[in-house]
Design a protein around this ligand. Structure first.
Ligand code: ADP
Ligand code: ADP
Length: 237
């Protein structure tokens, strides 16, 4: 799925705006256009407050822009409800349902959609296998008893069972310790390649952006400064 932002303007209410940048009244996204190709991972990198999360929320439909349009392929998604966008999201804080075991976290979606237990079981097993996670170990435990990396794997699995069209990740490994971060980012990258799903990967860490992204978007103060592959951004004359 190709994802295209066209001239997106997002301005939060000035009174509510947290002044991360010390400069109130600046739009979070100031007429931003970006074309993300089918199947690619696009990293979005930039300092805190530059508009990365806002961009994800616009793509997810969790925030509405004041101007501009969003397209998935040739479909205008600007006014489509979040639950009808076919997106999967992974956040830094995992957002697993705390009173459900891993499997319950995955099963919830199937219960909501009145799918059969057998269908759910098959799809969850298939997902665990694809991800190379231990189905019983990982899915039979409450989120509190899982390590950060394991939680993140359940969170990713929960997205993948939904078979999303677009994958949105907001600093998914920022809360892991350095060693797990390294391992988890390798795992995530492998998974994304395996699924070939269009992904937007937000991070404040330049090295991580370079590692994860087929291309990298560099943002500052609500605008895009640069877009390109690693070679284009760092080795072009
Ligand atoms: P980043 O993800 O790069 O840290 P954000 O997209 O969260 O940046 O924020 C961009 C700008 O919008 C910042 O100035 C921030 O304070 C502001 N902002 C973000 N979310 C809200 C909100 N819900 N209400 C008001 N202002 C917000
Ligand atoms: P539905 O898909 O019918 O909305 P859910 O109850 O599973 O059913 O989801 C409730 C809301 O939370 C929806 O807006 C859904 O899109 C969103 N949601 C839940 N989990 C995820 C996830 N992992 N990624 C993206 N959105 C999610």
């Amino acid at each position: 799925m190709r994802v295209r932002l066209e001239n997106i303007l997002k301005q939060y209410d000035e009174l509510e705006q947290v002044t991360l940048t010390g400069y109130k009244g600046r739009p979070a996204l100031d007429h931003v256009s970006l074309d993300i190709h089918d199947g690619e991972t696009m990293s979005i990198v930039g300092p805190s407050g530059c508009g990365k999360s806002t961009m994800l929320k616009i793509v997810a439909g969790l925030e509405m822009p004041q101007a501009g349009k969003l397209f998935y392929n040739d479909f205008d998604m600007t006014n489509i409800k979040p639950q009808d966008r076919g997106i999967g999201m992974v956040f830094q804080d995992y957002a697993l349902y705390p009173v459900m075991k891993g499997k319950g976290n995955l099963a919830y979606y199937f219960q909501m959609h009145q799918k059969s237990e057998a269908e759910m079981e098959a799809r969850v097993r298939q997902t665990a296998e694809l991800m190379g996670v231990d189905f019983e170990l990982l899915l039979g435990r409450l989120p509190d008893t899982l390590s950060g990396g394991e939680k993140q794997r359940v969170a990713i699995a929960r997205c993948i069972v939904r078979d999303p069209l677009v994958f949105l990740m907001d600093e998914p490994i920022v809360n892991l310790d350095a060693k797990r971060r390294e391992r988890t980012r390798i795992e995530i990258k492998k998974l994304l390649k395996k699924f070939g799903i269009t992904t937007i990967y937000v991070t404040h860490d330049q090295q991580e952006a370079i590692f994860m992204g087929d291309r990298i978007t560099v943002m500052r103060d609500g605008v895009i400064e640069q877009v390109g592959t690693f070679d284009e951004l760092y080795y072009s004359p």
